[in-house]
Design a protein around this ligand. Sequence first.
Ligand SMILES: NC(=O)c1ccc[n+]([C@@H]2O[C@H](COP(=O)([O-])OP(=O)(O)OC[C@H]3O[C@@H](n4cnc5c(N)ncnc54)[C@H](O)[C@@H]3O)[C@@H](O)[C@H]2O)c1
Length: 333
Amino acid sequence: MTIIVTGGAGYIGAHVVDSLAAAGRDVLVVDDLSTSTADRVGDHPLHRLDLAAPGAADELAGVMRDAHATGVVHLAAKKQVGESVAKPEWYYRENVGGLGTVLEAARATGVDRLVFSSSAAVYGEPDGGVVDEGTTPRPINPYGQTKLAGEWMARAAARAWGLRQVSLRYFNVAGAGRPELGDVAVLNLMTLVLDRLERGERPVLFGDDYPTPDGTCVRDYIHVADLADAHVAALDYLDGDDRAHDTFDVGTGTGVSVAQMLAAIGAASGLDATPQVSPRRPGDPASLVATASRIREELGWAPSRGLEDIVSSAWTAWRVQRDAGVEPIRAAG
Ligand SMILES: NC(=O)c1ccc[n+]([C@@H]2O[C@H](COP(=O)([O-])OP(=O)(O)OC[C@H]3O[C@@H](n4cnc5c(N)ncnc54)[C@H](O)[C@@H]3O)[C@@H](O)[C@H]2O)c1
């Protein structure tokens, strides 16, 4: 009755492992540790495997059989948008190929439940900025494309051989459930700001002339521990429901602007987070917020942590990790 968590040593994956364990599920982590470290897995078994490597499906099938696996939460992927633009072939191999490995192994071993990590990046730059699962996905970079292709592949497997699967489209994930599990990848607003503040630099605000209430971009921030709990709800849904496949946005339904976020980080850290304003970056939609109503209705999941929790836990985790000598992961290239 084990759940395989691919990417379980990563930022979100380690929180998913915590949530599954708290819900009484046995967990086995499969991870190549390409962007993480084994100590994040704690006492849970870890099988080190590159899911995008030739022959990985056979090895994973063996792991699934030995563990008597019943389901997979597939988080393992590469997630840097800029890197995906520079190396699209590699992103497709890692993200789409890696999922192909998981599906082949699951089919060979009769593991018929999958929760797939998708992303709000599938929406691209939607008109109006508020989306739901009925909004047509139009990813604007290879990273988002690999996530949409992954959703399609998982759905095709559901149709072909009876896989039950849920794709979760994560919005802006931040915060930490425990300080030692904090995000050290300097790839999103929260960690970019914390990194600059730590170095005594001012945060950079890209564009203050958007058509939003305060002129800065608006996003939907979800606490990583709430997001992790959504995976438990998704697996329960797959256990209890006869629908073969479904897709859910995982957000809060509340938009927070960059300026509001900077103010919250300043308040939590006690540091001056007054930004220096730079021109807009291409590819940043003015607003991207989920209605997040379907997941509440269908899975009975709702976020329980607000912006203050997100920011204060992220700040504490950042300091704890840095004090422990954990080096930030910076954008490639
Ligand atoms: N962080 C976010 O804001 C966010 C938003 C939307 C979606 N996602 C998705 O959530 C998932 C987890 O993201 P994260 O933020 O925890 O990233 P992360 O880099 O911290 O975790 C990814 C994990 O997958 C492992 N991995 C990568 N490639 C692998 C491979 N070929 N074989 C085996 N293991 C491999 C890494 O070692 C790492 O432990 C990813 O699929 C990502 O695309 C993240």
